[in-house]
Design a protein around this ligand. Structure first.
Ligand code: B12
Length: 209
């Protein structure tokens, strides 16, 4: 069980407390990313409670709604005001999966570092991904997955992109991504961390300069 007050508040679905603690921490000078990691810790705990049958789908939905509201507060502090885009990145949650809170954080971080991010949303088919990657000649594609049952969908999407004749690197992410999943899906990079998406983007776009 988490000991951080903010993580605890989201586990206990105390919306007002979550919002008050975020405000307090921002005022105290805490970095938005460190606040997000505490929220994420709480969400992981919610997931465990759901898995063990102590929480039900309504609690999952509630925690998701609180997290979304928290992100509305934190987003403007993550996205910078860079005028000139450094390049196009397409991002999506794979077909069959509707989780988007983590993907949205990745989008904000990439936007904040100056990329033009084309966010296709959730439950996105490989066909749609390829169409938009081609349309924007995107050097980088980011795909998110949370459901183990959708790893196959991830593999299919990565495979189709790799066979589409585009010069696009593919990064995949989500809490279930590990070396084995990365190898299975055949992507160029995989991670369970949002900020690593920025690091990989720097590699891809740095190499293209
Ligand atoms: C909130 C939540 C929901 C919400 C989603 C709201 C939303 N708008 O996203 C709702 C209620 C809709 C939901 C539904 C379901 N859920 Co759910 N959900 C969660 C929960 C509690 C939190 C997920 C979350 O938002 N975490 C916070 C974010 C910030 O973290 P994150 O997603 O990990 O993202 C970070 C990194 O992974 C990374 N990252 C993410 N994407 C990418 C992409 C790239 C390119 C990179 C580099 C990095 C990266 O960066 C992010 C920031 O650091 C998890 C528990 C958990 N342990 O994950 C279960 C969980 C994912 N859900 C689960 C399940 C089973 C379901 C349902 C099937 C339940 C049901 N019976 O209907 C449905 C699925 C519907 C579907 N078709 O997708 C299971 C999945 C088990 C599995 N591994 O397969 C989990 C793990 C719960 C559990 N322990 O059982 N869920």
């Amino acid at each position: 069980m988490t000991t951080d007050d903010l993580s605890k508040a989201i586990v206990e679905l105390e919306r007002d407390k979550v919002m008050a603690l975020i405000k307090e921490r921002l005022e105290a000078g805490d970095k938005p990313l460190s606040i997000i990691s505490k929220l994420q810790e709480g969400m992981t705990e919610v997931g465990k409670l759901f898995e063990s049958g102590n929480y039900f789908i309504s609690e999952l939905i509630n925690s998701g709604a609180i997290m979304k509201e928290a992100m509305v507060e934190l987003e403007p502090r993550l996205t910078g005001s860079k005028q000139e885009f450094r390049g196009n990145i397409v991002i999506a949650t794979v077909k069959g999966d509707i989780h988007d809170l983590g993907k949205n954080i990745v989008v904000m971080l990439l936007k904040g570092t100056g990329y033009n991010v084309i966010d296709l949303g959730v439950d996105v088919s490989p066909e749609k991904v390829i169409e938009v990657v081609k349309e924007h000649k995107a050097p980088l594609l980011g795909l998110s997955v949370l459901l183990t049952s959708c790893l196959e969908s991830m593999q299919q999407t990565v495979g189709e992109v790799k066979n589409a004749g585009v010069d696009t690197k593919v990064m995949i992410g989500g809490p279930i991504i590990n070396d084995k999943a990365l190898e299975y899906c055949g992507a160029d990079f995989g991670s369970t961390s949002g900020s690593s998406a920025v690091k990989f983007a720097e590699e891809v776009f740095g190499a293209k300069k």
